[in-house]
Design a protein around this ligand. Structure first.
Ligand code: DAH
Length: 340
């Protein structure tokens, strides 16, 4: 390009600018014509080679051309930017927040389902829900519950001891004395909670499992109140008329102590769950020992109470037909998703 036809060069460049449609094309234009090695810079170099007279004539034209092209370039840049913004806004307007890829739905753990259901049943009978710490003192787990120092449950093989005085609770019965010390009779509560025992794991045992404790203290409480409460609870839980069978049992914190079986809610004549006996062993229970009431600061001459405990883990396995405790405690999604 020569300095002589600046007029047509200018027209040419303006046309090129007009035809530009995106940032990439604009950048190519800038490099080709407006950059330091670009055409306009080269024209200025050529200008230097002219004699003084020619410079005076051509110089102003070249300056005009540069100004004009730079201004048009800036306008084009602005124009493209506005277009980009508009396009982005348009996209935003079309964005549908409800439209998404397939959701993965979460589901409640079987323990949560069961605990919710049990809590509803007991709340409907006037019980409250209580809890206590999993890291416990030796007193609430053993001594306060009338479990003497030489009791087998104290042996190292069963209990995770933290130090001489502290342990991970081996039973939710720990909450009994805590609640006696906090509340005044009449009181009725249940404690669904986690416990740990130093046991080997197999299909029906794990070192960690869930228990359900229950306690009611008022005046003139007897075994009849205990049985009525448990029968109502189990009948509602299994949605079937459940009968109870009572056998003597030994638990240091109750006197008398009872082992309570329920008629099998899954069969009439006998099935694999009840080992063809028609009964399933479900609970330990009894009338709270006066020593325990004393530890809890309750007047045992005025009040009496019942307590019961059962394996919430076992209940969950029974109710949902789960054959192996390791499934229940796994994070296997295929298993867990069945409980949505
Ligand atoms: N805590 C007992 C256990 O872990 C279960 C139990 C038995 C709780 C009898 C009670 C009870 O409240 O009265 O095996």
């Amino acid at each position: 390009m020569k300095l002589k036809n600046l007029e047509s060069t200018q027209q040419d460049l303006l046309k090129k600018l007009q035809a530009i449609e995106n940032d990439a094309e604009l950048e190519t234009f800038r490099l080709e014509y407006l950059s330091r090695q670009g055409l306009i810079a080269q024209l200025f170099e050529q200008l230097k080679t002219l004699d003084a007279q020619e410079k005076r004539e051509v110089g102003p034209h070249l300056n005009d051309l540069k100004k004009e092209i730079q201004a048009s370039f800036d306008r084009k840049k602005e124009e493209l930017f506005t277009q980009t913004l508009e396009r982005a806004n348009q996209k935003k307007q079309n964005f549908d927040v409800t439209l998404s890829k397939k959701h993965r739905k979460g589901s409640l753990h079987p323990y949560t389902h069961l605990t919710n259901q049990i809590e509803d049943i007991f709340i409907s009978m006037g019980f409250q829900i209580a809890d206590g710490p999993e890291l416990e003192t030796e007193f609430f787990n053993f001594t306060g519950l009338n479990i003497p120092a030489n009791h087998p449950a104290r042996e190292d093989s069963d209990t995770f001891w933290i130090n001489d005085k502290h342990l991970i609770r081996t039973q939710t019965s720990t909450v009994q004395i805590r609640m006696m010390q906090n509340l005044k009779p009449p009181m009725a509560l249940i404690v669904p909670g986690r416990v740990m025992r130093n046991e080997a794991t197999d299909a029906s045992h794990d070192f960690m499992f869930m228990q359900l404790e229950g306690m009611l203290i008022a005046e003139k409480i007897s075994v009849a109140n205990l049985l009525a409460t448990l029968q109502t609870f189990l009948t509602k839980l299994f949605e079937k008329d459940v009968k109870l069978r009572v056998r003597p049992g030994y638990f240091p914190f109750v006197e008398p102590g009872l082992e309570i079986d329920a008629s099998c809610p899954f069969c009439n004549q006998g099935c694999s769950t009840c080992k063809k006996t028609g009964w399933i062993e479900l609970l330990g229970a009894g009338i709270i020992h006066p020593e325990v009431l004393k530890h809890g600061g309750i007047d045992h001459t005025k009040y009496s109470g019942f307590a019961f405990g059962c394996g919430l883990t076992r209940l969950a396995m029974l109710k949902y037909g789960i054959p192996d405790i390791r499934l229940l405690h796994s994070s296997n999604l295929k298993f867990l998703q069945q409980f949505s």
